[in-house]
Design a binder for this molecule. Structure first.
Ligand code: 2AM
Length: 483
């Protein structure tokens, strides 16, 4: 019997769709699932008449595979992955490849790569983005781990991945050990940010401009033809136009308490650990947390006065300003995300290709957009670009957006409307382009109360001074640390 090109464990919806995608590209796939009845129902159901080999044990799965064997897991992140790895190791031979396509946290993938490779096998942790539909029709794939595995899985991965207009697949090797899952995590964080800024713009359109849902939908649809062209803007236009059975906009009936699965939080935590100002994504995570405190907010809304919304400006101009605010904030968010990737790559010894990462996100995934093409161009132009905001194209865009963006934030503040992401992004922009920050005061305070020392503007970097500010503190300096 013909052996399978790859094996898959985990026939939940992502797994099923991914193997259907592989099969449609000419690969034979062996499938296995813990609850084995699912194997038969899949092979006789959606897999009917197709090149699948249904297997009822891990032994059977492994023995049905072409060498080097490639076994991909798409199971619940966490314990299940470790358990499966332990079951697979004795069944596999040196050079065989275990792939984790689930939503694993990257430190786990770093640990598992070490563990699996210590047994002579190869390990790949791959981010898979694009949801169920992406899995079936073309996801964005972000594989990392044992680089020696890449030549063996490259054709399968790139053939099932989404393609951009010129046919380039949204999948390339990301880097060692946990790099693939790390980049997927940052992608999810950026997704949180994009969704939050869009929600804030919608809030302003509704509460400041009193636009109808059709007008809002048309505005987003129009923006989708410009710099903001992206999947999330497109679905926002559709959501705003969607009516329920009573012909009311459904979105207004949805409870404003956001859920989260934790990848945005992981991104923010990584940024805190790495000492990188990832403010927009951080605010987006916290905005979801505040939204979830619905009961508290309802109580507070009864005891605090809200400023009366009063807008006297030009509506169309303000819509244009909102577009500018979204674009400016989006640039900040991606610049911060790339800053985090750069720092984490340094810490983990990953050789990340930032242009390729933009290309992997260009199609297939939730944050797909034409904007990412511009990021790719920036890194193609200068592969060692230190920060996206130092690129000419993005500088010009930020400069052009600033006026409208400031007006949006000022209007929101004056009218008592929370815009945490749009406003913190603007603060970051202003902080970033300011050579002299007020941190001299912080340093003075730290030295005053804790003898933490400071460097001088007229001195050499690395030369620390302590002042006996009160005449009582003595001259002994304490140690300091820099994040
Ligand atoms: P199941 O159908 O037997 O529950 C998503 O939950 C997928 O992960 C499902 O295919 C599920 O299998 C699988 N899964 C969850 N925990 C697992 C485990 N400990 N071992 C193997 N597969 C697991």
């Amino acid at each position: 019997m013909k052996k399978a090109d790859i094996g898959l464990i985990g026939l939940a919806v992502m797994g099923e769709n991914l193997v259907l995608n592989m099969e449609s590209k000419g690969y034979t796939v062996a499938v296995y699932n813990r609850t084995v009845s699912k194997v038969d129902s899949f092979v006789k159901g959606r897999g009917e008449g197709k090149n699948f080999i249904g297997t009822h044990s891990l032994e059977e799965l492994v023995s049905s595979l072409e060498r080097p064997r490639k076994v991909m897991m798409l199971v619940k992140a966490g314990q299940a992955v470790d358990a499966l790895i332990d079951q697979l190791i004795p069944l596999l031979e040196p050079g065989d490849i275990i792939i984790d396509g689930g939503n694993s946290h990257y430190p786990d993938t770093i640990r598992r790569t070490k563990y699996v490779t210590s047994h002579g096998l190869l390990y790949v942790g791959s981010g898979v983005s694009g949801g169920e539909e992406g899995a079936l029709l073309g996801p964005s794939l972000m594989p990392g781990g044992s680089k020696e595995a890449w030549p063996y899985i490259k054709d399968i991965f790139q053939s099932i991945a989404a393609k951009v207009d010129d046919g380039t697949p949204c999948c390339d090797w990301v880097g060692d050990d946990g790099a693939g899952h790390f980049v997927k995590m940052v992608h999810n964080g950026i997704e949180y940010g994009d969704m939050q800024i869009i929600s804030e713009a919608y809030d302003m359109m509704k509460r400041v401009l009193h636009l109808s849902h059709d007008e809002m939908s048309e505005t987003f649809a129009h923006w989708n033809k410009g710099d903001l062209d992206s999947y999330l803007i497109e679905i926002t236009a559709e959501i705003l136009a969607f009516r329920d059975e009573n012909n009311d906009p459904l979105v207004e009936k949805i409870l404003d308490a956001a859920g989260q699965k934790g990848t945005g939080k992981w991104t923010a935590v990584s940024a805190l650990d790495a000492g990188i100002p990832l403010t927009l994504i951080g605010e987006s995570v916290f905005a979801r947390c505040l939204s979830a405190q619905k009961d508290l907010r309802v109580s507070a809304s009864k005891i605090y006065d809200a400023p009366k919304v009063d807008f006297k400006g030009d509506k169309q101009q303000f819509v244009d300003d909102l577009e500018a605010a979204l674009l400016g904030s989006k640039i900040i968010s991606y610049a911060q995300g790339y800053d985090l990737m750069r720092e984490s790559a340094k810490e983990n010894n990953w050789d990340l290709n930032y242009g390729d990462i933009a290309l992997m996100w260009r199609g297939g995934c939730i944050i797909r957009s034409t904007f990412l093409g511009k990021i790719k161009e920036a890194y193609d132009k200068n592969p060692t670009l230190e920060h996206l905001m130092l690129d000419d194209f993005f500088r010009d865009k930020l400069e052009a957006a600033a006026k409208g963006w400031r007006n949006v934030v000022a209007t929101a503040v004056a009218n008592g409307i929370a815009v945490p992401a749009l406003s913190s992004a603007l603060s970051y922009f202003d902080g970033f382009r300011t050579a002299d920050s007020p941190a001299n005061m912080l340093q003075a305070q730290r030295d005053y109360f804790g003898a933490h020392t400071y460097e001088r503007k007229d001195g050499k970097r690395g030369e620390f001074h302590h002042t006996n500010w009160t005449g009582r503190g003595g001259d002994t300096a304490s140690t300091t640390y820099n994040v």
